[in-house]
Design a protein around this ligand. Sequence first.
Ligand code: ATP
Ligand code: MG
Length: 421
Amino acid sequence: MAKSSPDTSSPTISDRGAARLTADWLRHPALIRLIDVLTTAGGPPRVVGGCVRDALLGRPVTDIDLATPVRPEAVKTALEQSGIKAVPTGMDHGTVTAVIDGKGYEITTLRRDLETDGRHAVVAFTDDWREDAARRDFTINAMSASPDGTVYDYFGGLADGQAGRVRFVGDPAARIGEDYLRVLRFFRFQAWYGRQPPDETTLKALAAAVPGLGRLAAERVRSEVVRWLAAPDPRPSWRLARQTGVAAWLFGDVPAARLTRLVRRESDLGVAPDPMRRLAAFVLPPGAGAKATGEKFRLSKTEQRYLATVESAAGAEPSVRSDVDARRLAYHHGLSIAGDLLLLADSPDDAAERAFRSLSTWEVPVFPIRGSDAKRAGLPDGPEIGAALSAVERWWVQRDFAPNREACLERLFLVVDNKQS
Ligand code: ATP
Ligand code: MG
């Protein structure tokens, strides 16, 4: 999700002042077909939300979402009658996903909120585009564009996006009260789009909302936090999260130092951000721990295993300084985890970064002797073979993998002789 690189098909903003989308994807045959079907069913749809925001800001667009005044059942029927696969992904809140050539397009009927309780909303369908925009979270997310590229920006989202301002549509406290997830969404969008801090009212509303975060489903929290931590530089938004108490709610009172160091090293070394590696920065002591974090965010088994491995390896060796240390870690945990451990290590930057670089040209060696060698050395089948091999392997690793097969065999004989004498 490299959102920071410029999009080659970036749009132009018309010189008459009104923004116009001229992105290539707007002319994609699949989208044109979809627009035709929806137009026939009840009037032209618009592209909305993230795709409009990112196209206008010159960022890559991956997902295209559409909005329509046509009711969801009618959308589904119109798609099916045109031979387009229609998946009813969220009929209650108005969403049908059209699938063309394997790509999904979310089509959502215009809505307004009837009731909100901080977690869910009961919605009514509407024909009013502005009303639909008004229930969206941030001004940058509330823009839409008609098929000819005319942009509808009811709340100044384009100016905010260009200035790097993440601003709630309407009163921040009221909007957060409708859906507490918007607190975490704020930090996610601030990390990706914010270049200036929010105003005092927003900061206060975010801080006041912390006690309400507990009512959110873990999956929703996880999704926002992971997307937040995947941002190229989540440090400024993280400082705001500390200031408002949101960081402490998420991870306990972890100092910002490890995240700061991690992002700096990633940037020095040209390593792509990885949200799980960033999460690890909050897990390691004095953080919440892998188990608690895994449970809190309902992480997958693979993600939990990753955090647990990093936690135990870092616990065994918190300060990794030399190339030799790096190779030892890579041998035991694989190159990828060793790299992450170096990025996270409590060592001086230059040492950790040098050690990290040393791994780029290193191949994990294969231990040159095996069970059959131990048998030939006179050991009977059974646990003694494993024990002898482990002893030689430790010796080999301690010597930075330098001893060759002959040297390892010699060492094996020595170990066997000692055992037998
Ligand atoms: P991304 O490209 O990162 O997915 P996005 O803008 O598409 O960004 P989504 O989380 O996919 O973000 O949401 C799609 C759109 O739906 C948003 O742009 C916003 O207009 C609206 N939206 C989503 N969640 C909320 C919410 N909790 N409250 C209000 N509006 C929301
Ligand atoms: Mg999206």
